[in-house]
Design a protein around this ligand. Structure first.
Ligand code: NAP
Length: 485
């Protein structure tokens, strides 16, 4: 969709909320700081709080001071950015209040991007209010934050409701992982190098692990998290998107249709887990009191202040049933209060078919793609240890490191929302999630949850600061595989 005209206005619902203050306003500033916003772009914030433009600008200044590095807060750039900001108070549950918006938005001739950074339960009334106010025309794009529903049925309801007013090419569903540099780099690694692709299949790969681990606990997300749990909070969206990017066929071109067509094929090829297979293919856990970084932390139920059967950890074994991945397990694991905070894709290649080095261990190659906290790609290869080998050759596994942070030290690493907001402004949906992807993701997740219910599976306890319940180790060890910690 390159070549689409950038919009001249952004209407940001939930402008006083955590995401807007922590990520969206700082990201818009980051774009403005680099002269990437259209000169005449206005940003209209809205929420119930009865602020005027000046108070909203003051709140935005505070947000920038908290969330943008001090050396990047150049006074004239900050002033230019703040001048773009307007504010209109709207309670979206009151249809009458939408009438104030068209005047504030002004002419949308060059286009309007609406960003819903509010609870999804408000999407329906918001979209109805926007329609009544005449703000759903052909020049309007709509961005939606996750979670898009909490199962397939509710996700379909949201998608139907949005589809009544916005055709799919004008809907931008956000999964902020797709805005991450290293996640996009996966496509470059796979499809801009000839080296990996011939091995990137069941012939060359033994198994794949995807880990997203957090050290934090509930962090004030009490109500939301306890209703969601790790499977829906992390696996349904971010981790399945990572899996799709790792497993997809080479798209014919780097554009929205090709990339998303090939991702959705993977999501639809995921082998369904059901009541018969979830007990052996999934492990769920909930953290108890334990130690993180040497300090004692409370258990989940203590943090929550009540009983709960919500999983704060999930590990599972998945299969992509197609020619490329026949028989290759994908192990996924995510949780809170784990020993480290990192996101990683680990590809274990197969061993050499025949070793000429008798009596010497030859480790199979491994590719480790670290997404956070630091981004790097590391290929573990076998090498000869230097020496005269009088008592036989000695081999050692050594890393071939692509230290992206060093190679691109001069380039500021953008936060994911900078990329996504710029793509939204310019109308490129490649890094946004299409309806068929979200629904394929929910379909697979719903079957797992139904399996848990059918088996009355309750989360197993694990001490905070450990890698989940011991059954998670059993999940891979049964296949002779160890988690890459
Ligand atoms: P939040 O801090 O609770 O903010 C919610 C925003 O919605 C506030 O600006 C609030 O302002 C506004 N709002 C609430 N009720 C309203 C109403 N009836 N009419 C108009 N505005 C209303 O939530 P958040 O953390 O920013 O999250 C926003 C969305 O992003 C949620 O869907 C969340 O799941 C998603 N998300 C958040 C994060 C994150 O890191 N925070 C990450 C991923 C996804 P008033 O109270 O002034 O109306």
């Amino acid at each position: 969709m390159s070549g689409v005209t950038p919009v001249s206005a952004i209407l940001l619902f939930g402008a006083t909320g955590d995401l807007a203050q922590r990520m969206l306003l700082p990201s818009l500033y980051g774009l403005d700081e680099s002269d990437l916003l259209p000169d005449d772009l206005v940003i209209i914030g809205t929420a119930r709080n009865p602020l005027n433009d000046t108070a909203f600008q003051a709140a935005a200044r505070t947000a920038l001071e908290h969330h943008v590095a001090a050396e990047r807060l150049i006074p004239e750039r900050v002033a230019r950015f703040l001048q773009r900001l307007r504010y209109v108070a709207v309670d979206v549950t009151d249809p009458g209040q939408f009438q104030h918006l068209p005047r504030a938005v002004g002419e949308t001739g060059r286009g309007l991007a609406i960003f819903l950074s509010t609870a999804p339960s408000l999407f329906g009334v918001t979209i109805a209010g926007l329609a009544a106010a005449g703000l759903t025309g052909a020049e309007v794009r709509l961005a939606l934050e996750k979670p898009l529903g909490d199962d397939l049925a509710s996700s379909r309801m949201i998608n139907d409701l949005v589809a009544d007013l916005f055709p799919e090419p004008r809907i931008f569903r956000i999964d902020h992982y797709l805005g991450k540099e290293t996640v996009q780099n996966l496509l470059a690694l796979r499809f801009a190098n000839i080296l990996f692709e011939p091995m990137w299949n069941a012939g060359g790969v033994d198994h794949i692990q995807i880990t997203v681990s957090e050290t934090v606990g509930l962090e004030g997300r009490v109500g939301f998290y306890d209703r969601a749990g790790a499977l829906r909070d992390m696996v349904q969206n971010h981790m399945l998107q990572l899996l799709a990017l790792v497993a997809m066929e080479p798209p014919s071109s780097f554009n929205a249709t090709s990339v998303r067509d090939d991702k959705v094929k993977v999501l639809r090829s995921l082998r369904r887990l059901d009541a018969a297979t979830v007990p052996t293919h999934t492990v769920i856990g909930q953290y108890q009191t334990g130690a993180i970084a040497g300090g004692l932390v409370p258990g989940y139920r203590d943090e929550l202040g009540g009983p709960s059967e919500t999983e704060t950890f999930v590990a599972l074994k998945a299969h992509v049933d197609n020619w490329r991945w026949k028989g290759v397990p994908f192990y996924l694991r995510t949780g809170k209060r784990l020993p480290t905070r990192h996101s990683e894709i680990f590809i274990q290649f197969k061993p050499v078919p025949h070793s000429i080095f008798h009596g010497v261990a030859v480790e199979a190659n491994k590719l480790v793609i670290r997404l956070q906290p630091q981004e790097n790609i590391r290929l573990l290869m076998m090498s000869k240890q230097p020496g005269l080998d009088r008592d036989g050759i000695r081999l050692q596994e050594v890393p071939l490191d692509l230290g992206l942070t060093n190679v691109f030290a001069e380039t500021r690493r953008r936060i994911a929302y900078e990329r996504l907001l710029l793509d939204l402004i310019e109308g490129d949906p490649t890094l946004f999630v299409r309806r068929d992807e979200v629904e394929a993701q929910w379909d697979w997740i719903d079957a797992i949850r139904a399996g848990w219910r059918a088996n009355s599976m309750a989360p197993k306890p694990y001490a905070a600061g450990t890698w989940g319940p011991s059954a998670a180790i059993g999940l891979t060890e049964r296949d002779g595989v160890s988690w890459h910690d």
